[in-house]
Design a protein around this ligand. Sequence first.
Ligand SMILES: Nc1ncnc2c1ncn2[C@@H]1O[C@H](COP(=O)(O)OP(=O)(O)OP(=O)(O)O)[C@@H](O)[C@H]1O
Length: 626
Amino acid sequence: MSKQTHSFQAEVKQILHLVTHSLYSNKEIFLRELVSNASDACDKLRFEALDNAGLYEDAPQLEIRVLFDKEARTLTIRDNGIGMSAEEAASHLGTIARSGTREFMAKLEGEQRKDANLIGQFGVGFYSGFIVADRMTVETRRAGLPAEAGVRWSSEGTGEYELEPLTKAGRGTDVILHLREEEAEFLSTWKLKSIISKYSDHLSLPVLMRRETWDAEKSEQVLTEEWETVNKAAAIWARSKSDITDAEYQDFYKQISYDQEAPLAYTHNRVEGRSEYTQLLYIPKKAPYDLWNRDKRGGVKLYVKRVFIMDDAEALMPTYLRFVKGVIDSADLPLNVSRELLQESRDVKAIREGSTKRVLSMLEGLAHSDDAADKDKYLAFWREFGAVLKEGLGEDHANQERLAKLLRFASTHADEGVGLADYVGRMKEGQEAIYYITADTLAAAKSSPQLEVFRKKGIEVLLLSDRVDEWMLSHLYEFDGHSLQSVAKGSVDLGKLQDEEEKQKAEAAAEAFKPVLERLKTVLQARAKDVRVTSRLVDSPACLVVEDGAMSAHLARLLKQAGQAAPAAQPILEVNPEHALVKRLESDPRFEDLAQILFDQAVLADGGQLENPAEHVQRVTRLLCA
Ligand SMILES: Nc1ncnc2c1ncn2[C@@H]1O[C@H](COP(=O)(O)OP(=O)(O)OP(=O)(O)O)[C@@H](O)[C@H]1O
């Protein structure tokens, strides 16, 4: 191979542009990214060497070195990890394979400059070198290949990069940054040390730098030939809890999550017994942009006896806890465990159950605390992740009861934060069911006509407007012995909450209204399954309900939006015999128009769409002109 010039993939060019123009507010992260790549490369070598010890060549001690040359204005990050072949260098450093890249760019453009921490989330880490360098050279040789199989990759971070052959005795990679003139501050041991200890203390590998001494003659610090380890190089989760400060826990979180904010809560435990493992799990404060993607891999890294095995080991956490970040280090799993094996392993199952319980306890600790600050924390958590936690009711039957206690809703009594236990505690005497209504938005739920009688009687109704609510309700039938009942399904049965007098009055009204009902049924034959009198309404003339056990109109709409066929069940029209408009029906010559309008209005109030809006407009116009 002679020297070749290649063009970057189009997306890389865009990334490079963004990196150099948008991310300079927190420049120093380039070092975190490059040291973290070096550490990954060492982890990969250790992993491949499990099957092929020869890859260690004559240097079994894995390490990272950071060195600089003031005269040449270069900064080098050197590792003796897996290295890259020429093909790998071209594909890994010239293209971006990750699908999240486009979203990353959209996000970055939207947020403008602020979010330098996003850079690592999307695997553009390497290119962050161009924040401070006007040229990057990578000299690398893959472990196991001969010295002559090395390669030099070099680029100015614009449109192209060059590749040329290289003879490199030691395996691994040197990333050489040719710093821009104005970035000379990074040519200082003190500065580099402080960045490394900030971001890389918890790497399990040593990061070495040349020791400095004071030269009295020159009256300045000079570099010696001696190397010293500048990070702590101890996996934090393996240390004893009592030796770790809160700040250290937080730093470690920031390092593994690329989140600049501190976590909401964390838990650190060593579990002994049938299965032995350590877990250090964090709940972030803010949801990531792709939380809704159920295929998104989890945020838990798997280690076996402190050897890194894989990122995002989804088998370790249920999908509904995909927001949890952290580390699980097992003492039992084999080092060469694969993703497939993980799915089947009994040890993994035990770890997953244990970790799920830990996360739930952590949440319960906040939710059920007497401390107002903890409760607020829980509410903050709920706003970000509540809808995801709800998925657990269907997914994790073993923990359903615990999860149900963690649910929080809006209700007719409070706009947020209502737990089912709070609701039950506030139930009226004689109330048996937990009432709820589902709608597309909170505002729509709040103004549903079906709530009127409940409002009048001061009975609390939960207002559900999350997309997953309908799905959740198909798994949650009751809480604490009380069934969950929709106020928009079936006939309204307030049971003991309705007194005798009211009942008799309603029955008498229904009887007197029968002839009008019959006429309504005939006119609305094609649209309503039935028309009946209700005691559900106070201020509205009519509303729609479905039969008990039938699919709610809201769910039918959601399914339709998702492109699925929803069985077209006809609704029941309920009318309020006390309402002026309904009273007028009997004697009004425009009975048919009024009946259709009554039905149309009930559809609209329910959040539905009219099948024939033009016809509705014509009818209303006729009435207005009359
Ligand atoms: N020091 C290195 N040794 C070996 N390979 C490397 C090194 N640095 C980068 N690479 C290769 O280049 C690829 C791209 O690196 P980059 O930092 O852009 O993304 P990433 O490491 O895959 O993602 P992330 O930064 O999110 O971990 C890496 O996946 C790796 O294969």
